[in-house]
Design a binder for this molecule. Structure first.
Ligand SMILES: Nc1ncnc2c1ncn2[C@@H]1O[C@H](COP(=O)(O)OP(=O)(O)OP(=O)(O)O)[C@@H](O)[C@H]1O
Ligand SMILES: [Mg+2]
Length: 379
């Protein structure tokens, strides 16, 4: 029996044929870079920033003329870690160009001399630098950027979850990075992230080093008709069927939020045999599977909240998008205690990233969690 590849990819690299739309966004991002700009790319979590960057890096307009580098700094907590991540990324993404090139890079990192390993078996150098080996991160950073500046092609460096540098304990990081980036004629940057507010402060506030140093791009949901066509086409091409109306239902359930649509359809595709049709029942069954598999996680989230925080969380889940949450009407409708207790509770829910805010409207950040609350706690 031939096992068809699942066209609804949810982890890792997405082949271009399984990548939905983003035509206008990728064209704009590529053009901005080709014209020598830096770009700030913002969106809600799980909307598709990383996917879009990878997709653009694969485009021959970039891949044939630039060296592209990608680092994710979500887990980093200080400059040392950032430098380590950047060094490793440049090394790993340079390796495929040959041993000599990689060796040249390592040689350029004079501050780390003698700290690199060597794979005796394959005869290749390895970037086996421990975090502690980076004793003078500012020097090493300088050396990495010097190397990129002298590369025989222009470079594009994408730093994913860039807002993280705002949490570093060092005070001068923004000014330090901005200083480097300003000098690098051969290197352009994509700063991506989901903490809109932090990124906006960083790039739009006059007093901040990165003020107006990059063009802005906001990534929204993929348009409904385009996504629905993509869904139907992918079922059809794999010998299965789905009605446009069913695809629309999935889209609407998550307001087109990419990850949630993809994950639901990934499961639904898996549950639809060849020559069969994916109907609403299949979708519901798939959703149940996804929610069930996360149940212990959701319960853990809840266990960390007080009763008042939980009540507010449920109220927000119930409304989908909750507005005027401190108004008398909202408080009465959801049997909340008082405006001040709602204020205290929302602060905690936002801090824990259980809830996101957009123009004074609130929703549960993880849309599956929101759905689970509605189906199990509010049923
Ligand atoms: N254009 C697309 N077509 C199909 N699937 C996509 C597309 N864009 C993103 N995805 C899928 O949606 C999910 C979220 O994408 P991605 O990781 O790129 O989002 P993100 O905005 O970088 O998220 P985070 O904020 O968590 O870093 C992934 O599962 C990815 O496979
Ligand atoms: Mg990402």
């Amino acid at each position: 029996m031939k096992i068809e590849e699942n066209p609804f990819v949810v982890t890792g690299y997405i082949k271009p044929e399984y990548f939905c739309d983003r035509k206008a966004e990728s064209e704009r991002l590529i053009n901005l870079l080709l014209n020598g700009n830096n770009v700030v790319l913002k969106s809600d979590r799980r909307m598709g920033k990383t996917g879009l960057i990878q997709y653009c890096f694969d485009n021959p307009k970039l891949s044939e003329h630039y060296y592209t580098f990608f680092i994710d700094i979500l887990h980093t907590t200080c400059l040392q870690e950032l430098v380590h991540e950047l060094g490793r990324a440049v090394f790993e993404q340079t390796m495929p160009r040959g041993k000599k090139v990689a060796q040249r890079f390592l040689k350029a990192l004079r501050s780390l001399n003698d700290k690199f390993g060597f794979d005796a078996f394959s005869g290749t150098p390895t970037f086996s630098v421990g975090l502690g080996d980076i004793e003078q991160p500012e020097y090493t950073l300088n050396e990495i950027f010097d190397y990129l500046q002298q590369a025989d092609r222009p470079c594009i460096v994408a730093i994913d979850e860039f807002q993280q540098i705002g949490h570093y304990p060092e005070k001068n990081i923004e000014a330090l990075l901005r200083g480097h980036i300003q000098k690098l004629a051969n290197c352009h940057f994509i700063f991506a992230g989901s903490e809109r507010h932090m990124l906006e402060l960083m790039f739009e506030k006059r007093s901040r080093p990165f003020y107006k140093s990059a063009d802005n791009m906001d990534l929204d949901a993929i348009p409904r008709d385009v996504y629905v066509d993509f869904i139907c086409k992918n079922f059809f091409e794999k010998g299965r069927k789905i009605d446009a109306e069913v695809a629309e239902n999935v889209y609407d359930l998550f307001e087109g939020h990419t990850y949630y649509v993809q994950k639901t359809l990934n499961e639904a595709f898996f549950s639809t045999a060849n020559d069969e049709e994916c109907v609403m029942e299949t979708v519901n069954y798939s959703l149940k599977t996804v929610l069930d598999s996360n149940e212990s996680l959701y319960k853990e989230y809840l266990s960390k909240l007080t009763l008042r925080q939980k009540t507010l969380l449920y109220a927000i889940a119930y409304e989908g998008w909750a507005m005027q949450i401190t108004s008398a009407a909202f408080i009465k409708r959801h049997k909340l205690a008082s405006a001040s207790s709602v204020q205290a509770a929302i602060k905690k829910l936002l801090e824990e990233e259980l809830v996101v805010e957009e123009n004074k409207r609130y929703r549960i950040s993880d849309r599956f969690f929101g759905l689970w609350i509605k189906r199990t706690m509010l049923a």
